[in-house]
Design a protein around this ligand. Structure first.
Ligand code: NDP
Length: 451
């Protein structure tokens, strides 16, 4: 049976949150998971309850919701809805990506912003939590349409962000092209070249290794998780879901570390390549051609394509790296993975495993790396991009990659020791939530109840 919140204080905060907006299901899922992990902390620290830390931490400091009108190539006026959730600035300026996808709504924005608070805290860098996006779908749009949309989106967002206030980045549907259009419009409106967005082009304020950072960081973290059970990537069969930014560079690094990535997908279907997927082909299909993953078989005729992305979890593997979207691994998928010999699952996407899936893998003794720790390499490297922008310096690829690896090692170690302190050794989910929370809660206590 899945765990539920037992502590009376946490339960009452959670129930009030659900009663206020029962439809925000993704947000509630993220909050419930964190609250369950924090029970021993709340019981031992009455000062958090006295200062209303939990009531405050689940309420965004500010939510901006705005109209995004733009004109398509046929001259028709289109209107989308944009968001920026400035969730928590206790330890630094708000920081978190922008997602452009038809499924974006306030619940998704709030779940992502809430997760970001703890993730950013875990990196050890001074960054608060935020997230934004729009229900716009860049898929199938021309470059000119994407540009007009981004310019309209930034025309409003510009009023609320800044290098010392709120620094957005990419996420689903927001890659190098979109960041370029957004940055261009910001610069035009403000007449300043600052570190207001991360994921910028290298040579125009961007950091080397930012593109690779989330996928690489995920694999550095996974290698540590595997190490904790006496294993490594060497010789392992790996399944990576998705074929976007995170998935592509996870495939690259997992292969470099000795694993064999046998399956990847997009939202239409999945490919299986028993010889090991070549990430350069995925790069060509996704980043250059903006095409579908089924075309992989045109480049590698020995590979197979299957319709429907859910089937990817039936491909036997030792290591699973879900890198597509929230709740993509359900309880039944986890059961199949376990039956097929899964040893380790680390989350590249945000909240890709449902509570039932997390419960199934943890109960089966499968090593589990939670998203807020495992995929923190992206935002950590965004933090390094902000540092380089402030110093007007550019570090080499090796320098950034080396710092990223050290940050991922540090995150793994702080999750491990927080789990031990919480009386649940080896439970990295509890460790990540506790370690991420304490720093933010103490900063909130220190700053009083002004916000
Ligand atoms: P991209 O847009 O580059 O790629 C997303 C991939 O996931 C695509 O292959 C897409 O397929 C697939 N996908 C999206 N939605 C669904 C769905 N509903 N069902 C099946 N597949 C889907 O995004 P990113 O790689 O940047 O992000 C992936 C995940 O990683 C997200 O959860 C994001 O929040 C998280 N993340 C990203 C970071 C980053 O630095 N980019 C940092 C930390 C976390 P299709 O093309 O068919 O839509």
């Amino acid at each position: 049976m899945i765990m539920a919140i037992k502590n009376e204080y946490l339960k009452s905060v959670y129930e009030e949150l659900v009663a206020r907006a029962p439809w925000e299901t993704e947000f509630h899922q993220a909050v419930e998971e964190v609250f369950i992990s924090l029970e021993p902390i709340i019981e031992n620290h009455p000062e958090y309850q006295q200062a209303g830390i939990m009531e405050r931490i689940v309420e965004p400091e500010r939510i901006i919701c705005f109209r995004v009108p733009w004109v398509d190539d046929s001259g028709k006026v289109r209107v989308n809805r944009g968001y920026r959730v400035q969730f928590n600035s206790a330890i630094g300026p708000y920081k978190g990506g922008l997602r452009f996808h038809p499924s974006v709504n306030l619940s998704v924005m709030k779940f992502l912003g809430f997760e970001q608070i703890f993730k950013n805290s875990l990196t050890g860098l001074p960054m608060g939590g935020g997230k934004g996006g729009c229900d716009f779908d860049p898929k199938g749009k021309s470059d000119a349409e994407v540009m007009r949309f981004c310019q309209s989106f930034m025309t409003e967002l510009e009023k609320h962000i800044g290098a010392d206030t709120d620094v957005p980045a990419g996420d689903i549907g927001v890659g190098a092209r979109e960041i370029g259009f957004l940055y261009g419009q910001y610069k035009r409106l403000r007449n300043e070249h600052t570190g207001v967005l991360t994921g910028k082009k290298v040579g125009a304020g961007g950091s080397l290794a930012r593109t690779e950072a989330t996928g690489f960081g995920l694999c550095y973290f996974t290698e540590r998780v595997l190490g904790s059970i006496g294993e490594s990537f060497k010789g392992k069969r790996v399944v990576v879901s998705g074929s976007g930014n995170v998935a592509t560079y996870a495939c690259c690094k997992a292969t470099e570390l000795g694993g064999k990535v046998v399956a990847m997908c997009d939202s239409n279907g999945y490919i299986v390549d028993e010889n090991g997927i070549d990430y350069k082909v995925i790069q060509e299909i996704k980043e250059v051609k903006r095409d579908r993953i089924k075309t992989y078989v045109d480049y590698v005729p020995t590979a197979q394509y299957f319709e429907g992305c859910k089937g990817i979890w039936t491909v036997p593997c030792d290591v699973a790296l879900p890198c597509a979207t929230q709740n993509e691994v359900q309880g039944d998928d986890a059961e199949i993975l376990i039956k097929n010999g899964l040893k380790c699952i680390c989350e590249g996407a945000n909240m890709p495993c449902s509570p039932e899936a997390v419960h199934a893998v943890q109960s089966a003794g499968v090593a589990f790396g939670p998203a807020k720790a495992a995929n923190a390499g992206g935002v950590a490297t965004s933090g390094l991009e902000m540092s380089q922008n402030s110093m007007r310096l550019s570090w080499t690829f090796e320098e950034v990659d080396d710092r990223l690896k050290k940050i991922m090692d540090g995150i793994f170690e702080s999750c491990q020791s927080a789990a031990e302190r919480a009386g649940q050794p080896g439970n990295l989910l509890v460790g990540a939530n506790v370690a991420g929370f304490l720093k933010v809660a103490d900063a909130m206590l220190w700053q009083g109840i002004a916000y």
